[in-house]
Design a protein around this ligand. Structure first.
Ligand SMILES: [Zn+2]
Length: 83
């Protein structure tokens, strides 16, 4: 297994619930572009209590999936935003 590049994504974005603006994750996002998925290993802070469910308004914002064999969350369109 290749080791993750230490100089991988270093920019951290905050990911919020669209419905209530609750902070969900701090995430080391690589590259630019839309927020479609997030690898669990790149989440630096996880504020959720239940997987994929907003801790404040209890709305699901993502689904658990595997991307190239790695556990990840795939965001449900229009349920989360980041800055
Ligand atoms: Zn919410």
């Amino acid at each position: 297994m290749a080791k993750p590049n230490k100089k991988g994504p270093t920019k951290t974005v905050d990911i919020f619930c669209v419905a209530c603006n609750c902070l969900l994750f701090k995430y080391r996002k690589g590259g630019k572009g839309a927020l479609v998925k997030s690898f669990k290993e790149r989440i630096s802070q996880d504020y959720t209590v239940e997987s994929c469910v907003c801790p404040k308004c209890q709305k699901p914002f993502a689904r658990e999936t595997l991307i190239r064999g790695l556990p990840a969350y795939k965001f449900i369109g229009g349920k989360a935003w980041f800055k």
